[in-house]
Design a protein. Structure first.
Length: 571
RNA sequence: CGGGGUGUAGCGCAGUCCGGUUAGCGCGUUACGUUCGGGACGUAAAAGUCGGAAGUUCGAAUCUUCUCACCCCGACCA
């Protein structure tokens, strides 16, 4: 492709509204053009990169025995009601939904478990037909609260989603491992550094899941991992063993302490001198279920924070929000800041984080404005509530797996997520097969997603410098960029000839034949990140060119033969 | 959903507080000439429903009301 003909319009300025480097570079180069919030145009060069990513994914999926299909983007409400997710997704306000002229309610698919289950149940009736793995690479929609960070969080995006169907848990394990290995090959071929972390399965559901995280400071997800063993988890899921703390054994009776307008843990520490870890805070949540609501009071050590994802999973509700000032007032009889476990309204379900079990002689709210209890003991003053792991793990706490090393925190971009779904969908949607004994059993499913378009952002976050993008060979829109110095015929003729012969040899070549200055061409070359650059300059008439890699910029003089040898080893 | 901000030429902005001829500037675009080893220069030119609607006024980019879009922050504390 000659750049004089290419639909490529680089600019000199960074876009004003971009705040991560991948978005800045993509939009400065206009490889990516914003349409409106959360929606983008992919211009031809970026579309080539996207296609390459799609191809790598398809090749590895096919190689792993999955078969590619295409499913409808627009789906009927009835299908989503079968699985029970219409309400979940509507409640979370992440689903685009609309009605057609006949008033039939539909949604723009955020994911396709329902559709694929529907397709499979039409034809698969026997365990002998299993396993089956189907996948597609299709446009997905999520009505993001706040689309941001360029291609990282968009309302419309391209995702590869695969679904496995098995007749046994062992079969699911095999399908899951097969997909996991395929994912490892995919990210290796694309050339990204990643961590596989344990994850929460969220609204998709299922028993276990892992995420593929591209490590980058700009990532939206927090990862905790253990440098000693292989443990790594999304913060939403991560467990930890707390570092030991010293408790004071006050060995005293429960006292009601006047704490005027002292509400937060921090204020209480200052006021009483009691360490935060010897306090238990009680936090009130409103739990939202499909047809009802209820309240929960959660007890957790004063120096720790609640992990709302864990709490949501514990209660199995659709959503949860912290109770309002009014609700807290009517449920506890006190203002915000004085909630405690005693004399709570009977409508409230009380639970505790495991961290509270070893705390005694602690401070907590007593549901009376301006008062806290101190020296409270479990067993003496109150019974331990039901306990669960509800805390947010932190960097520096001990690995829950090997218990040897402190956890380390990194940020990551979630580009893949694999789930063992089990029978959540097949049961509800009656996707059944006959097993060896003649009994009807629900198929056991797995689902496996890759954020195809998000990979572009992640790749740039990991591979760029001050001048622009540095594409990995496997996903670069073109391999080679030829640049001339000047526009005089001897040089341009030679460059044109080189362009033709490399293109004929099957290389993907850009030729910058525009009538702009050398510096201008070089700036664009850096920006769009083509991996190999060939400059036809002073020595071009002697058949000598200057060859360099975008990544290191080291220049080497070569004739045509050595260029071809060089490219053969590199590509 | 709450708070803040911005909409003026393709892009980035000034002008708005304090209403007043023909709405400016930089980049880009077009033409011609000189340039061409890291975003060249000169001369000339084209390009605007001032986000939209209604209102106040002799007169509105500017004031008022409504509205739309976009951006940023927050959605906590107990």
């Amino acid at each position: 492709m000659k750049l004089s003909k290419a639909f490529l319009f680089t600019t000199k300025e960074y876009p004003k509204d971009a705040d991560v480097i991948s978005d800045k570079l993509l939009r400065k180069s206009n490889l990516l053009v914003k349409s409106h919030a959360g929606f983008f145009y992919f211009t031809p060069l970026l579309n080539r990169t996207l296609k390459k990513i799609r191809n790598i994914i398809s090749e590895e999926m096919d190689g792993a025995g999955a078969q590619e299909v295409l499913m409808p983007i627009l789906m009927k409400k009835e299908l989503w009601e079968e699985s029970g997710r219409w309400d979940t997704y509507l409640n979370a306000e992440i689903m685009f939904h609309l009605k057609n002229r006949k008033n039939v309610e539909m949604c723009l698919g955020p994911t396709h478990e329902e559709a694929v289950t529907d397709l499979v149940r039409k034809f698969i009736t026997s365990y002998k037909q299993l396993p089956v793995i189907l996948y597609q690479q299709n446009t997905k929609f999520r009505d993001e609260i706040r689309p941001r960070f360029g291609l990282m969080r968009t309302s419309e995006f391209i995702m590869k989603d695969a679904y496995s169907f098995d007749s046994s848990e062992e079969g699911l394990d095999i399908s899951y491992r097969t997909m996991r290995e395929a994912y490892r090959r995919i990210f290796k071929r694309i050339g990204l550094e990643y961590i596989i972390v344990q994850a929460d399965s969220g609204a998709i559901g299922g028993s276990g899941s892992e995420e593929f995280m591209i490590t980058a400071d700009s990532g939206e997800d927090t990862i905790l991992y253990c440098p000693e063993c292989r443990y790594a988890a999304n913060l939403e899921k991560a467990g930890s063993v707390l570092n030991p703390v010293e408790f004071n054994d006050y060995n005293k009776e429960l006292i009601k302490l006047h704490t005027p307008n002292i509400r937060t843990v921090e204020e209480l520490v200052g006021f009483t001198g009691i360490p935060a870890h010897q306090m238990i805070k009680t936090i009130i949540f409103r739990l939202i279920y499909k047809d009802s609501e209820k309240f929960a009071a959660v007890m957790i050590r004063g120096d720790l924070e609640i992990n709302e994802v864990k709490l949501l999973n514990y209660f199995g509700c659709l959503d949860m929000i912290k109770a309002t000032v009014e609700e807290i007032g009517s449920l506890t009889g006190a203002e915000v800041g004085f909630a405690g476990p005693f004399n709570l309204n009977s409508k409230i379900q009380l639970v505790g984080d495991r961290s509270i079990a070893e705390v005694n002689y602690f401070l907590c709210g007593c549901n009376e404005t301006d008062y806290h209890n101190i020296n409270v003991c479990f067993g003496r003053d109150m019974e331990l509530p039901p306990l669960a792991d509800l805390k947010t793990a932190r960097e520096g706490e001990i690995c829950p797996e090997c218990r040897k090393s402190a956890l380390v925190q990194k940020m990551g971009i979630e580009v893949g997520h694999i789930f063992k779904l089990g029978t959540k969908y097949s049961e509800k949607m009656r996707a059944l097969v006959t097993d060896e004994s003649g009994a009807e059993i629900p198929m056991i499913m797995g689902c496996y997603g890759i954020g195809t378009s998000r990979i572009i952002s992640a790749a740039i976050e990991q591979n760029h410098d001050g001048n622009g993008i540095i594409w990995q060979n496997s996903i670069a829109p073109y391999h080679i960029l030829i640049i001339t110095v000047g526009k005089e015929p001897p040089v341009t003729d030679i460059a044109e000839e080189l362009y033709k012969s490399l293109t004929e040899k099957g290389y993907e070549v850009l030729y910058d034949d525009r009538e702009v200055s050398f510096g201008f061409k070089m700036k664009d070359a850096d920006l769009i990140g083509v991996p190999y650059r060939i400059v036809a300059g002073r020595k071009a008439s002697e058949g000598i060119f200057e060859v360099s890699k975008r990544r290191d910029g080291i220049k080497q003089e070569m004739d045509i033969d050595s260029i071809i040898t060089f490219l053969e080893t590199e590509l």
